[in-house]
Write a protein that binds this ligand. Sequence first.
Ligand SMILES: Nc1nc2c(c(=O)[nH]1)N[C@H]1C(S)=C(S)[C@@H](COP(=O)(O)OP(=O)(O)OC[C@H]3O[C@@H](n4cnc5c(=O)[nH]c(N)nc54)[C@H](O)[C@@H]3O)O[C@H]1N2
Ligand SMILES: Nc1nc2c(c(=O)[nH]1)N[C@H]1C(S)=C(S)[C@@H](COP(=O)(O)OP(=O)(O)OC[C@H]3O[C@@H](n4cnc5c(=O)[nH]c(N)nc54)[C@H](O)[C@@H]3O)O[C@H]1N2
Ligand SMILES: [Mo]
Length: 768
Amino acid sequence: MGKPEFVGKKSKAAGGWGALRSCGKKLLASGAPLSGAVTMLKANQPDGFDCPGCAWGDPEHGSSFEFCENGVKAVAWESTDKRVKPDFFRAHTVTELRQWSDYDLERQGRLTHPLRYDRASDRYVQASWDEAFSEIGKILKGLDSPDRAEFYTSGRASNEAAYIYQLFVRLYGTNNFPDCSNMCHEASGVALEQAVGIGKGTVMLEDFEKADAIFVIGQNPGTNHPRMLGDLRRAAVRGAKIAVFNPVREKGLERFADPQDKLEMIMGGSTAIANAYYQVRVGGDMAAVRGMAKAVFAADDAALAAGQPSILDRAFLAQHTSGFEFYRASVDATSWEQIEDQSGLSHAEIEELAEIYIRSEKTICTWAMGVTQHRHSVATIRELANFLFLRGNVGRPGTGLCPVRGHSNVQGDRTVGINEKPPRAFLDALEKEFRVPMPRRHGHNVLAAIGAMLDGTAQAFIGLGGNFARATPDSPLIAKALMNQKLTVSIATKLNHSHLLPGEVSYVLPCLGRTEIDRNSDGVAQIVTVEDSMSMVHGSGGINRPASPELRSEIGIIAGIAEATVGSETVDWKGLAHHYDRIRDLIARTIPGFHDFNGRVRKPRGFRLPNGAAERIWNTRSGRATFSSCELPTLTEHQQALGERGTFVLQTFRSHDQYNTTIYGLDDRYRGIYGERRIVFVNPEDLAEIGASAGDRVDIIGRHEDGVERIAESFRVVPYDLPRGSVAGYYPELNVLVPISSAGELSDTPTSKSVLVSFRLSGQARAA
Ligand SMILES: Nc1nc2c(c(=O)[nH]1)N[C@H]1C(S)=C(S)[C@@H](COP(=O)(O)OP(=O)(O)OC[C@H]3O[C@@H](n4cnc5c(=O)[nH]c(N)nc54)[C@H](O)[C@@H]3O)O[C@H]1N2
Ligand SMILES: Nc1nc2c(c(=O)[nH]1)N[C@H]1C(S)=C(S)[C@@H](COP(=O)(O)OP(=O)(O)OC[C@H]3O[C@@H](n4cnc5c(=O)[nH]c(N)nc54)[C@H](O)[C@@H]3O)O[C@H]1N2
Ligand SMILES: [Mo]
């Protein structure tokens, strides 16, 4: 297979010198160049902390520090020298701060003291921890039902914090656990549970060293999972084929100069990563994958007719799967015309792709938000599983399904019980351990929680990290929902918009970050644990001095609220918060796969949780890997947009300088954007239809028909290489356009990648 290609220009590739320069700048801007650099050296090391960036796995072997520009940003952002002290709030009212941008708010630095909202002065004022815990406990106890409170989790929370949080909330009496995963990889969990019996990926990092072909679908790892790019690059250098499905030509996926490869850096070269880049239409992946399956079946029919062996893994299909015949029938019934129209790829292109698959003995499919944030995301992921089953590409070295998770511990949080629909066995285990009944009613996910907060059913909102107000759809509605509450509580490291929408009583409780040393009153440093996208659980211990002596750990804060709310008869909260080994002992006793948790997590690299599907044990209803036979969507939003003049499908994605709602800077280097985020990327041929020229300012108008008027004003038009009829821009600024009433089937995830919109030149509304 082909040798890597070197390109002799410095600035063209993702990574490389540009990444190093940007890192230096970020460390300086964070105000802590030296400690930032030292801190960085400890990221993802056995004796250091888990990088609070993404959930990509860490190498099994070798201790060399994996360089990642965006990991540096995440760490530097947390280890800043800047502080938001109580006097900051003396200078600014909450109403004033609401006008500030996300960028300006977080840039002020780390929160240092517990804060209580004072309505008379419209300011946050310093509070004591005891006062906070006791008032929160009093209000929670006073609600007429525990189901009137919502307990949100963002995926940075450690296993230990998430476990005692769910324990507290269930003892309090509800399963209302909206979490960031509801807006993220929920569809992957649902689809994989149905298809292979576990809602997680089946791939290990080593599998990337063995695969012959890797399909990278709907993700932008150059920005969001830079360490994955290293694994893709090594695979490409080895000669593996890497096929990308993405409507946008993402530079990080095309070429990558590895800052850890000295030779490449000196030569100023870069490796071509994707051999095959297919600009699929937005929402067209299911059709594209079905097309590949159709081409595989055609090739198989031809092989059999010529007396050659089958292309399919017939033994795997017979022994391990169910529903194959139905699937085959649904593929036969899908026309090439529909496949081409929906995917935007030609029959010939799809045959090329199928050829890559057929020639590969070992294939991996990876995906992220470009797949999970559509109406038909679950069906699409089932189709990916169908496709891999055909040639036995699950549960074999070098193969598998790989949803690439977002937050560094979003997968672990679900494992340890952040789940509004908890499995019965888990509740049974909790009841056995704690000898009290657990709530059995299913609780609220994010969209249900928003509904309840809007209609008054919910009266209290507690946020363990995250930025609920900005991450959720329909931003103006969410503001109302939060301010409707009797109580809002945010456990956070930095100030964000969710804190500025106080309920009747509101607290902001500042916590330690993952990079900081967490010592108990005996001076013993505590570690926490996280689970990555490959189901590996490892320890994480901070190394920096806490940003303020007043800070408490997330665990300490949850324990304080729990004690004030449900008392300490059933659980010794103080004891758990004193030594996290005790929480791990509870996890070991109540969740399968965690036996000898405290021993195993202290081994370098930790341990892997059991993953049936990876060993071809299928915990599905049929006891087998299960094919689905869904029809393609009748009409995707992209097709709809192409059919209606003036209508476009908008996807909301991340810039290179942000971590979700945290904005590190205003550049998006790989896409050539500097100093601005109010941008809309448009195909040059669509400019006329929009009635705008490059650089013009436009208002983007939501076209979702549910009676709500949605407008995002004054965005600059940037011509870009994406398919006609589709446009793109940054989240969270564009969340004003994402409708709460549009959600994924079976996943209930907001459809942030397929929002119907139209345009008008800015200023026109007033002129008219
Ligand atoms: N630096 C950094 N790292 C992060 C994050 C961050 O914000 N910053 N966020 C973390 C989190 S929580 C998550 S979930 C992940 C997100 O990781 P990604 O999923 O990579 O995030 P997005 O920026 O939303 O990028 C979506 C990609 O999908 C493409 N896409 C959109 N629609 C479609 C479609 O219909 N089909 C296909 N094939 N492609 C499509 C877009 O063009 C874009 O390249 O990253 C995690 N890591
Ligand atoms: N339109 C649109 N909307 C989206 C998406 C999209 O692609 N498009 N993506 C969705 C996805 S994938 C996700 S995961 C969600 C993200 O939703 P969230 O997880 O709610 O949002 P984040 O921006 O990650 O949260 C940032 C805040 O977390 C706090 N924080 C940081 N570190 C810590 C810590 O160690 N402990 C605590 N307690 N707090 C901390 C800081 O105060 C910071 O302001 O957004 C979703 N929303
Ligand atoms: Mo995410």
